[in-house]
Ligand binder design. Structure first.
Ligand code: G6P
Length: 481
């Protein structure tokens, strides 16, 4: 049985995210769990281990109810979702309403009341689950756009908790956010947190403008006062640009077997002079079509030649039942087929397109095998692939072409910044990247490495949690910590 609110056996630090930090595996017929890859899980694991931590999230299978269990350093509290809720809350409201709305309406967001109702129901379930596992006075950190109502619902259930929220994706300008029929409810949901973190200062400003306009609550120096009956609290909003486990990636990239694999990859690609690489979830925010179109035109112009140059595009399958993603896949695969049909030779391909995920070691080997990394997102909260590429390039070689519409562009200023909508500009930058003198490439890469190696995901989580603790101490000096 779950510990009642505030009772012994509760957890002092609770992370809440749509997905649990573990994935199911089957080895030798035995089903088990393994830790998910990715920076967030890596960064929070030590905090979990130190603080008696629990993680609340969905385990990924519809219509399955699981008991709480321990795995690795985590206590895991699975939240069940029905098949219908996966369709309405996850694929619908989260990924066909909020995701496109928050990414500059690149795809048209759909507004359906049934999806909204499901989002509310599921957010309430997450809040209730969290209230069950959190100890008296615990710190709770809610992650991302799927759970924006959780902070307020949780505050109502458990006013003793300290609540943080981090938005991993962009927060849209007022003029776009205003389209959302449930804009007030979403802002009120978020404003249940003591501290709301965003990727860029611009995202935090967009949020503050929205709160001022739609809730009529002013922010001053990133702080606003909220009231609900007798409860009164301060909401802080500011930016904390997320990063990666830089040291772990650098270490992986230094391993002899990974370096050997990188050489092997180049050889298998036919020993080209220039390897261009794109690595993305297959998502319309990533500008994959723009990148491949530019590459095809460079072949057409004769600026690049198949054989001496190759574009490797890894497209991780993602949200495959959502219509815009189905459509995007058709477009990407149509374009790749068109270009390859026209330019491939018997021995060499123009675009090596790979629609699958790979183990992280293989990705690092690919980064090492690459001369020009292409990150051409049309809008991206941060883009960790850009930072991973930089962390892997310990010898200072390699060129990063980076969209100015990523959060990462605010930190990796020495990348070759591009507007991916400007196809001619993108083409010119790709050629410039290919032809960049090694000394200039090194200078740029070293500057970017200083940033990435000095700002890792642990620093990110520590900065957020430090400010959250401070916000709480100011708000409740009498609580005696
Ligand atoms: C983005 C979001 C995450 C999400 C991830 C994968 O990075 O910010 O919240 O988990 O995409 O998407 P998925 O829908 O598979 O969880």
């Amino acid at each position: 049985p779950a510990a009642a609110p505030g009772q012994e056996g509760g957890y002092d630090f609770v992370v809440v995210s749509n997905r649990l930090p573990v994935e199911r595996t089957v080895e030798a017929g035995e089903a088990s769990w393994r830790r998910s890859p990715g920076g967030l899980v890596a960064a929070l694991s030590p905090v979990m281990a130190r603080n008696a931590g629990a993680w609340v999230g969905w385990h990924g299978a519809p219509d399955e109810v699981l008991e709480r269990f321990d795995h690795d350093v985590f206590h895991l509290a699975p939240v069940p979702l029905s098949e219908q809720e996966v369709a309405d809350y996850y694929e619908g409201f989260s990924n066909a309403t909020l995701w496109p709305l928050y990414h500059d309406v690149i795809a048209p967001p759909e507004f359906h009341r049934t999806w909204w109702n499901s989002y509310r129901t599921v957010n309430r379930r997450f809040a209730e689950r969290t209230a069950e596992v959190a100890a008296q006075g615990a710190t709770v950190w809610v992650q991302d756009y799927q759970l924006q109502l959780v902070p307020r619902l949780l505050r109502e259930l458990r006013p003793d908790l300290t609540i943080g929220f981090f938005n991993h994706i962009p927060f849209p300008p007022l003029e776009i956010f205003g389209q959302l029929p449930w804009r007030r409810a979403v802002l009120e949901g978020l404003a249940g947190a003591d501290l709301i973190g965003f990727q860029r200062p611009g995202d935090a400003q967009n949020f503050q403008r929205c709160v001022r306009r739609f809730l009529d609550v002013p922010f001053k120096q990133g702080q606003a006062r909220f009231r609900d009956g007798a409860d009164e609290w301060t909401v802080h909003a500011r930016s904390y640009p997320i990063s990666i486990d830089s040291g772990a990636i650098e270490e992986l990239a230094s391993r002899p077997e990974v370096r050997r694999r990188a050489e092997e990859i180049r050889h298998e690609l036919g020993d080209p002079e220039t390897v261009f690489l794109g690595v993305d979830r297959l998502d319309y925010t990533k500008g994959i079509l723009h990148r491949i179109k530019a590459y095809g035109e460079l072949l057409e112009d004769g600026s690049l030649t198949v054989g001496p140059s190759v574009l490797v595009q890894v497209a991780n399958p993602s949200r495959e039942r959502v219509e815009s993603y189905v459509h995007l896949r058709e477009q990407v695969e149509g374009l790749v087929g068109h270009i390859n049909g026209q330019f491939d030779t018997i021995s060499h391909t123009a675009v090596r397109y790979l629609h699958h995920g790979y183990p992280f070691e293989e990705m690092v080997a690919l980064y090492l095998a690459t001369d020009v990394m292409l990150v051409t997102s049309l809008r991206d909260g941060m883009n960790l692939v850009a930072k991973e590429y930089v962390a892997a390039r310990a010898d200072g070689s390699g060129v990063l072409v980076l969209s100015e519409f990523t959060g990462a562009a605010e930190q990796l200023k020495q990348a070759l910044l591009v507007n991916p909508h400007d196809i001619d500009g993108l083409k010119a930058t790709m050629v410039r990247a290919k032809e960049m003198p090694p000394a200039e490439a090194k200078k740029r890469m070293r500057a970017m490495r200083r940033h990435v190696m000095g700002h890792d995901v642990t620093g990110w989580s520590e900065a957020f949690l430090r400010d959250l603790a401070r916000a709480r101490a100011e708000a409740r000096p009498a609580a005696g910590q």
